[in-house]
Write a protein that binds this ligand. Structure first.
Ligand SMILES: Nc1ncnc2c1ncn2[C@@H]1O[C@H](COP(=O)(O)OP(=O)(O)OP(=O)(O)O)[C@@H](O)[C@H]1O
Length: 247
């Protein structure tokens, strides 16, 4: 790892089971690695290596199911690789799986405090930002509403607003901009641009070429669980379009 890298992924691999019945048994916990059963396992990612430097904006492209979200979860430390390593030496604000970080039965207000608190913000720091977070999400009238009663668009607004208010150097965004309406999307674009101007590092999964070209200078192209290409975003999109014309 070079000293300036903020993310270093070295020969990382992760495998999943295709069905729940195939889950490892309790007995497997006590078996040696070689003797464990491996029903229906497959490698969602394998032999993935790259480094990211502070301030880079990286777009992750690939067809459905090729490991993009899995890669972001590895960087967010939500998943641990089965092979190789993923080192992230900065705080990460993850906007991945929208409903992930929020608690259904807590109110909007409590969820904001909880999520920001989990990322190290004090109550005072959250209080100072609270009105801005709610105003950006445009959910002033729902502060005491349980999170589960928000519409799906409102959930996205809240998640985007909270996560981009965290003072973490690395921002992970997985396919959320497609969900909001047009005016909200434009606000999100401006906020991402502000964050990039501040020198933060962006990891961006999207199926929108326009969004990828707008924010990202570098691309990672995942195909069949491998990192097929790591290069300038234009070259990565060209390669992807060539492999899968008309998508
Ligand atoms: N927790 C899990 N358990 C089992 N399989 C999983 C799990 N998470 C992901 N997978 C599988 O791993 C593969 C990669 O999934 P992933 O969500 O990373 O793809 P993706 O490239 O983000 O796809 P999309 O563009 O559809 O969002 C898929 O085959 C998916 O079914």
């Amino acid at each position: 790892m070079t000293s300036s890298a903020v993310i270093t992924v070295t020969d990382a691999g992760i495998r999943f089971r295709r069905n729940h019945k195939g889950r490892r048994s309790f007995k497997d916990l006590f078996s040696t690695k070689a003797r464990r059963s491996k029903p229906n396992e497959f490698w969602a990612l394998q032999h993935v290596s790259f480094e990211v430097h502070p301030g880079e904006a990286i777009g992750v492209v690939g067809r459905n199911g090729q490991g993009k979200s899995t890669l972001l979860k590895l960087v967010a430390n939500v998943l641990i690789p089965d092979e190789g390593s993923v080192n992230v030496n900065a705080g990460v604000a993850p906007l991945i799986e929208i409903t992930g970080g929020f608690v259904d039965d807590l109110t909007v207000r409590d969820n904001v405090y909880l999520t920001a608190g989990l990322h190290g913000m004090t109550r005072e720091q959250v209080a100072a930002k609270f009105d801005d977070i709610i105003e950006f999400a445009e959910i002033e009238d729902f502060l005491d509403t349980p999170y589960k009663h928000l519409s799906s668009g409102m959930k996205v607004r809240l998640a985007f607003s909270v996560v981009t208010s965290l003072e973490e150097p690395v921002l992970l965004v997985d396919e959320v901009l497609a969900v909001g309406d047009k005016s909200f999307r434009n606000k999100c674009y401006r906020r991402i641009e502000e964050m990039l101007a501040e020198g933060r590092t962006l990891f961006f999964v999207s199926h929108s070429e326009g969004d990828l070209r707008r924010f990202c200078s570098r691309g990672l192209y995942l195909d069949k669980g491998s990192l097929k290409l790591d290069g300038p975003i234009e070259a990565v999109l060209d390669a992807y379009n060539e492999d899968y014309p008309g998508l």
